[in-house]
Design a protein around this ligand. Structure first.
Ligand code: ATP
Length: 200
């Protein structure tokens, strides 16, 4: 039996948008993954608290990935108390499932921050990193400045730039009804219905 190939995609997903979907889709195909597990964080380590609650972010991810059998939600970080550290998540997943080829999926901005994550060397001993370009960071510059221990563990996945960011969607929503650009329709409807990210 061949070893299953699994992509783990962590994020705040506050809200999930078309950039996230493109990333998961391109990694799935480029690395011939069997599945991508979307892992909304409980309490982000390097960001402020999420604006939407854990349950709302879970619901929005479920809507965003609906109808895609290769995508699944994994709530391991939502169930854990305190700050979400990727290294703990991986230890938990590795404990429960042996014999998996694992990748941690991320955009270029996350790779730039990666050396500041908790136990980055341990993380890359457990998974390879699948990285896509993201507007805002210069790919060649980042690639050439990576330390060898990290560069050796990165798989670069080609993807056209997708100019979408949760913070922009939150900021736009605070100004008025959420523009659907950048969001799956189902997520835009959820945001409108629950009046998320409004200024009041
Ligand atoms: P915020 O704007 O609140 O910082 P975000 O849009 O970066 O949020 P996250 O949920 O923090 O969204 O991102 C999860 C992962 O998805 C990160 O690895 C990030 O680099 C990646 N990502 C998010 N948006 C894009 C995009 N447009 N293109 C490529 N990667 C992206």
């Amino acid at each position: 039996m061949t070893t299953p190939r699994l992509g783990l995609f962590g994020g705040t997903f506050d809200p999930p948008h078309r950039g996230h979907l493109a990333l998961a889709e391109h990694c799935l195909r480029a690395l011939s993954l069997d599945a991508v597990w979307w892992i909304p964080c409980g309490q982000p380590a390097l960001k402020q608290h999420a604006a939407a609650s854990a349950e709302q972010r879970r619901a929005m991810v479920e809507l965003a990935i609906a109808g895609r059998p290769e995508f699944a939600l994994c709530d391991v970080e939502l169930r854990r108390q305190g700050t979400s550290y990727t290294v703990d998540t991986l230890a938990e997943i590795a404990d429960q499932h042996d014999r998996l080829h694992l990748w941690w999926l991320m955009g270029l901005d996350a790779l730039v921050d990666f050396p500041r994550w908790r136990e980055p060397r341990r993380i890359v001993s457990l998974v390879r990193l699948a990285v896509v370009d993201r507007p805002g960071d210069e790919s060649d510059q980042v690639r050439s400045s990576l330390p060898q221990w990290l560069a050796d563990r990165v798989d670069w996945v080609p993807m056209p730039l997708v100019d979408a960011a949760s913070r922009t969607i939150r900021a736009e929503s605070a100004q008025g009804p959420t523009s659907r650009l950048g969001l799956p329709d189902s997520v835009a409807e959820y945001i409108a219905k629950h009046r998320l990210y409004t200024a009041a």
